[in-house]
Ligand binder design. Sequence first.
Ligand code: G1P
Length: 273
Amino acid sequence: MIKKCLFPVAGYGTRFLPATKSMPKEMLPIVNKPLVQYGVEEAMEAGLTNIAFVTGRGKRAIEDHFDVSYELEHQISGTGKEQYLEGIRAIIETCCFSYTRQTEMKGLGHAILMGENLIGDEAFAVVLADDLCISSGEGVLSQMVKLYKQFRCSIVAIEEVPLQETEKYGVVAGELVREDLFRVETMVEKPKPEEAPSNYAVMGRYILTPDIFRILRNTPPGRNGEVQITDALMTQAREGCVMAYKFKGKRFDCGSVEGFIEATNHCYQHFYK
Ligand code: G1P
């Protein structure tokens, strides 16, 4: 059973400056809820209630968000405004939170390795909060946890992207074992379109088996001089098995201004009451 979900949230969010000068990008609201809360809700829906954050300097607002705010709660207690805190209160009551810091920015693979202390020797999920995943039925992580129970190996979420966009993503190719599932044979971080093995891009949802930590420790810096989870997963695919899953749902790239606005409009239309 997977219980833990890791959120690497140490990144700077430079594309949203000056908004992110003193505020974590993960706290930017999509309508009235911070981006990171959508990710935690998705984890909770999948039964992952042990939430681990790899944070960095200037990210304290995330810790405060997932904690009670006595003054505020006292102030609005008994008024109609209490309802606004119901969602976050349910999260705080259901989940437990732990934090560790990544003191140097050495890439996503390095950030995940920093989470080893909080995860230990068990399979876990990773959510990149920038990738907001919305599905009409079961959440994306929940779909992936089900698959893990069947295959017992690492799983990455994938989506087809236009070929000219492969340079933004980890790109996979492999053997189709089911209409929506590949067994990974190749994985490349941010390839140029002409070098991409396919147009299936990894979106920010992973299930990882704990041997990934040993592999990450031995993975040299790759693309952009950073330790890449994509390279570690390629090693894992070679040693054993990694699956790539075409999830059901829609993903918004909230790391870009355009995707952020698209997500905002979508959530305003569909969820805001
Ligand atoms: C990271 C990963 C990449 C993945 C992407 C998903 O890249 O390195 O493989 O496709 O997230 O959003 P980043 O967006 O942090 O550059």
